[in-house]
Design a protein around this ligand. Structure first.
Ligand SMILES: Nc1nc2c(ncn2[C@@H]2O[C@H](COP(=O)(O)OP(=O)(O)OP(=O)(O)O)[C@@H](O)[C@H]2O)c(=O)[nH]1
Ligand SMILES: [Mg+2]
Length: 444
């Protein structure tokens, strides 16, 4: 068992001092280990030093080359580190060999991210999803279940890098883990069904729906708050948001739904993408994706972040959903930088979720993107059908109306998928979806 945490230290992991280690083809290019250090900080681990080896790919057996390993051993001693954190996901063999050579626990990027997710998960679904990802990760490296069970218990975790019980225990643990994984999957399925029911109800309302997507910390939650007046948690830390939140807002008489969900990151552990599929479904099913980018980042960092988001969107099959690119945090930029950005990304909307600058333009832009998918209809509502007319109002926003002796003649634009709902009021016959609504004179 791990020793009890030192009295007075509420987060036992704060005692962990990590050496951040990475492999890069061209070290000195790009941001190096900035992100890993930020992840460690979010996980409550101090960074005692760092080391980057220049090589095209990590060594398949030891992650680093032999010479670099020597150097690392000296550095551990000199900096008094008690943990090594690697910037890539390690193969179990790499991890074992490194630990043997260095004499301190070695963790990888995936373990750090899983730890943060475990800390930040609040909802029932979020917790189940993280636990599933953790179990699969641990199972793959024959690690004991024990670390994770302890986390569920008294809350005194040994911290990341804590090893499980001896090899003899491992087989039992693997069986337990598999049973538990099956149980978690079942419970997640049930939650998914509930969510599907809720979504069906929402689809009934047929409001246009947009989903925010972006690199973690780009400001998605702040933007959701700015657009909708919601009070969603915002934080300096990475992965502040894990659970999807959907809010409605109104623009020129039409209501829109906007969803904020988990942020993405470079090399997002595939176990997490897998486990969070249900959560990410909100993004997959949206009519429009609002891709939020931190404009205050360097051009290189921005490019990396955008590519990482594109990759995850591809992976969850949202690659072909229409997108709006939003460059956020422009309050941190000068006039010249803004102009340059606007030239560089002519399609993007520049906003500051913090000051509200550009937020109204973004609302208008989102509305315009939806407009493009609308179809014109001409309908006649008898005077005693006011209920249906207001229903049309909800889905169509602005409508043109003309009072006639036989009812209200209305011209409006509605989502293609909804035209059938008002078919009975159509003056011109409404074609099934696919046709463009114009019926010939010889029909009807
Ligand atoms: N200066 C400035 N800071 C911003 C702006 N928008 C967000 N921030 C800050 O950026 C940090 C991250 O914001 P969040 O809204 O939590 O970012 P997120 O994308 O939801 O991040 P996660 O949920 O953690 O993945 C917070 O400290 C915000 O206050 C902005 O327009 N300008
Ligand atoms: Mg957030």
């Amino acid at each position: 068992m791990t020793p009890n945490p030192t009295p007075g230290i509420t987060n036992p992991r704060a005692r962990q001092r990590a050496l951040a280690v990475g492999v890069a083809a061209e070290p000195g290019n790009g941001d190096g280990l900035v992100e890993l250090k930020e992840l460690l900080r979010t996980a409550g681990v101090a960074t005692a030093g760092e080391l980057v080896q220049a090589r095209d790919a990590p060594d398949p057996d030891r992650y680093l080359g032999r010479g670099k390993l020597e150097e690392l051993r000296d550095l551990i001693r000199a900096s008094d580190a008690n943990l090594v954190a690697c910037d890539d996901e390690l193969a179990p063999r790499q991890e074992r060999n490194l630990e043997q050579a260095l004499g301190v626990p070695v963790i990888d990027r995936t373990a750090v991210i899983l730890d943060i997710f475990a800390d930040h998960a609040h909802s029932a679904a979020g917790k189940l999803q993280v636990e599933l990802a953790q179990l699969e990760y641990n199972l793959a490296r024959m690690r004991g279940l024990w670390t994770h069970l302890e986390r569920l218990g008294a809350g005194t975790t040994g911290g990341i890098g804590t090893r499980g019980p001896g090899e003899s225990q491992i087989e039992t643990d693997r069986r337990l883990a598999r049973d538990r994984i099956a149980g978690l999957r079942r419970r997640l399925k049930r939650l998914e069904r509930n969510r599907a029911v809720m979504r069906a109800r929402r689809d009934e309302a047929a409001l246009p729906s947009a989903a925010l997507a972006g690199y973690t910390n780009a400001g998605q939650s702040t933007l959701l708050n700015a657009l909708t007046g919601a009070g969603v948690g915002v934080g300096e830390r990475l992965f502040e948001t894990l659970d999807p939140t959907t809010r409605a807002y109104e623009h020129e008489g039409r209501r829109f739904l906007l969803t904020d969900t988990v942020g993405f990151i470079r090399k997002l552990p595939h176990q997490l993408v897998e486990a969070f599929k249900a959560t990410l479904e909100e993004t997959t099913l949206a009519d429009l994706i609002v891709h939020v980018v931190d404009a205050s980042e360097s051009e290189g960092g921005r490019g990396d972040a955008m590519r990482a988001v594109d990759e995850v969107l591809e992976e969850i099959d949202a690659g072909s959903t229409p997108r709006v690119l939003v460059l956020n945090k422009i309050d941190l930029l000068g006039e010249a930088e803004r102009r340059e950005l606007a030239i560089h990304e002519p399609e993007a909307v520049l906003v500051s979720a913090r000051t509200g600058e550009g937020v109204e333009e973004l609302r208008a832009r989102i509305a315009t993107e939806f407009e493009a998918t609308l179809r014109p209809v001409e309908l006649l509502f008898p005077y005693d059908d006011g209920g249906r007319l207001s229903e049309l109002h909800e889905v169509a926003g602005r409508i043109e109306r003309e009072e006639r002796s036989d009812g209200v003649l209305v011209r409006a634009r509605v989502p293609a998928a909804l035209r059938h709902r008002f078919a009975e009021f159509a003056i011109n016959r409404i074609e099934p979806d696919g046709g463009d609504g114009d019926s010939g004179p010889d029909r009807g």
